[in-house]
Structure formats: structure tokens, C-alpha cells
Write a new protein. Structure first.
Length: 248
């Protein structure tokens, strides 16, 4: 690598994406790379993330894989350290790791499942933000918290744990914006409606092909996330709700 190429690499922004092995996280990684970002992929499925990373590298982008479960705080810290050692910076976060369970009503849920959903959706999201925040402060960083339509307006079928954990993500975004504006850090609470991804297998009744056909796609959300990532440093997208026209 020449000195010019080294300098160019040092100036290239880095985004750390959780839930990056599939769905909205993987789509976000592909869009970020196409826009010139280096992407760090985190999640529990290392093989799936390597496949995403291989595709990005095959298209001329830069990607690294940092497997972890966001509910494991020590693993989050270790991944942050690896990322900073590898690329020296974190300019953006896309927090797309999520969990739900088919048994999601008060009359059938198990508190162990409730804890797992909250640990991934809320506590895990907060852990990644906390780990990355020192680097984000140095870079006027941007945080995209992939929440849910159920956080924006009540959805009776989303479930107790999912609704509670996703609604709390709006508070994470607002506190970041209130407390970190002086450091240039900006957070977006992104609330997608129905998106046709594998995550829907967690529903008590899995949507059929006809229902999936009218939903948003992961690529729709990837492009939406990229709009937020590429917004100028003086612009903050506090909350963004996107839904298919079929959303009820």
C-alpha cells in the first residue's frame, strides 16, 4: 500500500453494525460499503457474517467480522477493542440486533424469554453504544438505533417484552442527543414497520407469501439507514418512521 493509499484508508469512515449477518443489518452493511464506509460486522452467526463480508470485499469494499452476542458485555468490549486496533476509529453505529419470541403474551410468556429479549434489544444496544462512545465523541459520530414501528405506536401483536424493550430505545436516542450534542454525537431512533426478513419466523403466525410481498424489504431499510449515516455533521435525524403502505 502506498502512502497515499494509507492516508486514504485512514480517512475512510468506519461503521460498526450489529445484527449484521442477515436482514436489515446485512443490507445496511452493503449500502454503507457502497457509499465508501469500511464496515465491521457483529452478530452471533459468524458464517453468515463472513458471507456478507466476502460479498463486500468482492465488490471492492473493506469489511471485518467481529462475532459476538450483544448480551455479552465482555464480548462487546473485546470487539470494540479489536475494531479500534484494526482501523483506529469508529464513526458510526448501526444497532440492528434484535430478538423476539412466539410466546409473547402475558398469558403465555416465560420470564426467562422476557429477560433474553430485553437483554438483546435494550441492554445489548446500550452496551454497544457505551463501548463505542469514546470513539464516536472524537469523530462526531452517528448512531442509528434500529427499533420498531411498535415503539412508535402500540402494536397489540408485538409482544410484552418486545414492545417494552423497543419503546425504551427511544429514550436511549433522546438521552444521547441531549447529553452528547456538545461532542457532535447524533442518534436516530429508526422505527421500521413490517419488513420481509427472516425475523418474522418469530411471530406466532408466520406471514405467508402474499403478506410478505407487500412489506418493506431489508434493502429499503438499508437505504434508509444510509441516508442517516451520510447526513452532514450539523444535521440530526432524531426519529424516523418508515412503513409499507399496507401497514395497519
Amino acid at each position: 500500500m502506498t502512502s497515499t493509499e494509507t492516508a486514504d484508508a485512514a480517512d475512510t469512515r468506519v461503521v460498526w453494525i450489529t445484527g449484521a449477518g442477515s436482514g436489515m443489518g446485512a443490507a445496511s452493511a452493503r449500502h454503507a460499503s457502497a457509499a465508501g464506509w469500511r464496515v465491521a460486522l457483529s452478530g452471533r452467526d459468524a458464517a453468515a457474517m463472513e458471507s456478507v463480508a466476502d460479498g463486500i470485499r468482492g465488490d471492492g469494499g473493506a469489511a471485518t467480522v467481529l462475532p459476538l452476542d450483544v448480551a455479552d458485555r465482555e464480548a462487546v468490549t473485546a470487539a470494540r477493542d479489536d475494531l479500534v486496533r484494526t482501523w483506529g476509529r469508529i464513526d458510526g453505529l448501526v444497532l440492528a440486533a434484535g430478538l423476539n419470541t412466539p410466546d409473547r403474551r402475558w398469558d403465555d410468556q416465560r420470564m426467562a424469554d422476557f429477560d433474553a429479549v430485553v437483554a438483546t434489544n435494550l441492554t445489548g444496544t446500550a452496551s454497544v453504544i457505551d463501548a463505542a462512545l469514546p470513539s464516536l465523541r472524537r469523530r462526531s459520530g452517528v448512531v442509528v438505533i434500529v427499533s420498531s414501528y411498535a415503539a412508535w405506536t402500540f402494536n397489540p401483536v408485538a409482544g410484552v417484552a418486545y414492545t417494552a424493550s423497543k419503546a425504551a430505545l427511544g429514550g436511549l436516542a433522546r438521552t444521547l442527543n441531549a447529553q452528547e450534542a456538545a461532542n457532535g454525537v447524533r442518534a436516530c431512533h429508526l422505527c421500521p414497520g413490517d419488513v420481509a426478513t427472516g425475523f418474522l419466523r418469530h411471530r406466532p403466525v408466520v406471514p405467508d407469501r402474499e403478506a410478505l410481498a407487500v412489506m418493506l424489504t431489508a434493502d429499503d431499510i438499508g437505504r434508509t439507514i444510509q441516508f442517516v449515516l451520510d447526513a452532514p455533521a450539523h444535521m440530526r435525524v432524531d426519529e424516523l418512521v418508515v412503513s409499507p403502505v399496507s401497514q395497519v
